[in-house]
Ligand binder design. Structure first.
Ligand SMILES: [Ca+2]
Ligand SMILES: [Ca+2]
Ligand SMILES: [Ca+2]
Length: 133
């Protein structure tokens, strides 16, 4: 009983503290840069939205797809090839988002659908960050 109460208090404290967190965490924290709903973790939706914005930024000629050159080293040649199953030498938005989804899953070994600071700082998390921001 007391245990449950303590948990409830901690959860409540978390809720109350949340609105103040962004001001404190405005640093280069990878979570903060992607966490648009400010819940302290990055979900698939946030990663995908950020990847969309990155896609638009990288697509210099605005043709709706990314060449290896437009990706500016974010993907290796090998990674690019693997991500381009239709082999047309460009990644369209679906192909690009497929990489993001894959890397998100790899960075989320406990499969809870969200990434925390530690997960984003893992090797897989960093690979994800290269294609979302
Ligand atoms: Ca979030
Ligand atoms: Ca392009
Ligand atoms: Ca393609």
């Amino acid at each position: 009983m007391r245990y449950a109460f303590a948990l409830g208090t901690i959860a409540l404290a978390g809720l109350l503290a949340a609105p103040m967190a962004p001001a404190l965490a405005k640093k280069a924290s990878p979570v903060a840069s992607l966490d648009t709903d400010n819940d302290g973790t990055v979900d698939q939706n946030e990663a995908s939205k950020s990847a969309d914005a990155l896609f638009a930024r990288l697509d210099k000629d605005n043709d709706g797809s990314l060449t290896l050159k437009e990706l500016q080293g974010r993907l290796s040649k090998k990674e690019f090839k693997a991500a381009d199953p239709d082999n047309d030498g460009t990644l369209d938005k679906n192909e690009f988002q497929a990489i993001v989804a894959n890397r998100f899953k790899e960075a989320d070994p406990d499969n809870e659908g969200t990434l925390d600071e530690k997960e984003l700082n893992s090797k897989q998390g960093k690979a994800l960050l290269r294609v979302v921001r």
